[in-house]
Design a protein around this ligand. Sequence first.
Ligand code: DNO
Length: 358
Amino acid sequence: MKMSWRWYGEGNDSITLDHIRQIPGVKTIVWSLHDKVAGEEWEEERIKEVVELVESKGFDAEIVESVNIHDDIKLGLPSRDKYIDIYIDTIRKLAKYGVKVICYNFMPVFDWTRTDLYKELSDGSNALYYEKAAITEDPKDMVEKILGGSGDFTMPGWEPERMAKLDELFKAYDGITEEVLFENLKYFLERIIPVCEEVDVKMAIHPDDPPWPIFGLPRIIRSRDHIAKFLKLVDSPYSGLTLCTGSLGPNLLNDIPAIIREFHDRIHFAHIRNVKVFENGDFIEVSHRGKDGSVDVYEVLKAYHDNGFTGYIRPDHGRHLWGEEKNCRPGYGLYDRALGVMYMLGVWDSLDKAKEVK
Ligand code: DNO
């Protein structure tokens, strides 16, 4: 297992690489060119600049999260080939600078969705929250909440340029069923995976968050069966998963440790996040500690450990602590994620020791 940390880049994150160096065990920086919109070319100079900066602080830059996918690819429009060519060009450039894994998602229109970015928890901290009843018919209400709440911080997947074209986007997705979305994903993978095999870059799809359809849009990576179907689309180790416990977790029927045990050899990147699911289905993000929420993080880590997991792992969203609220990107403060790293390393080290003793 290799511990990693998502960093939004110089001048675009409240946390610096020097802060991250002081968190024990973090080896890999998870990065992206966050100003790039889906379908835009990534210049080699820009890639080189980030990789060199990250490496100068003693980290490697082996994961990119994300290279976003243009809606025309998800929609299967004739223009998709042009955007897939650009995607392939980016894969080749990233490979040249030592990138090993690209995380991406195939969610129509929206990336992850929440109804409150700063819901107070009983300990006085606050965190991202999803209230089913607050999801109105009109997706624009949610866009306002997310963009309005995030202050000066950009929110990946919620680019104001795309959100401004919401009506158009929704119209384009009219008639796109789960089946069609799977077919369009297959077309994309059939074109890119041979290149990934050639240059040794693994693709890792991120599950849909939350794991159910919203606003009538299809969501195709949200359960064990959806994952099994996805992995067969192009049956190559280069087409794999970002297994996100916080995305699958709000559906209590998802047995995450069992999913890890079944598909571990196709999981390249583990996102660890805990959520507390309420009786009515609403959920809030909590500390990484298993006992604090509905995801048994110990069992999750044990499933990876038992299978000799050598992929990357990162703490995902954390609560906003000690006055961080509004001074950090929502879900991406320093303190709770650093506590998460220590919790995970504690569990992992104990599992290592227990194995030695046997
Ligand atoms: C949320 C993240 C997601 C993830 C994308 C991957 O904080 O886990 O936004 O980066 O879905 O493309």
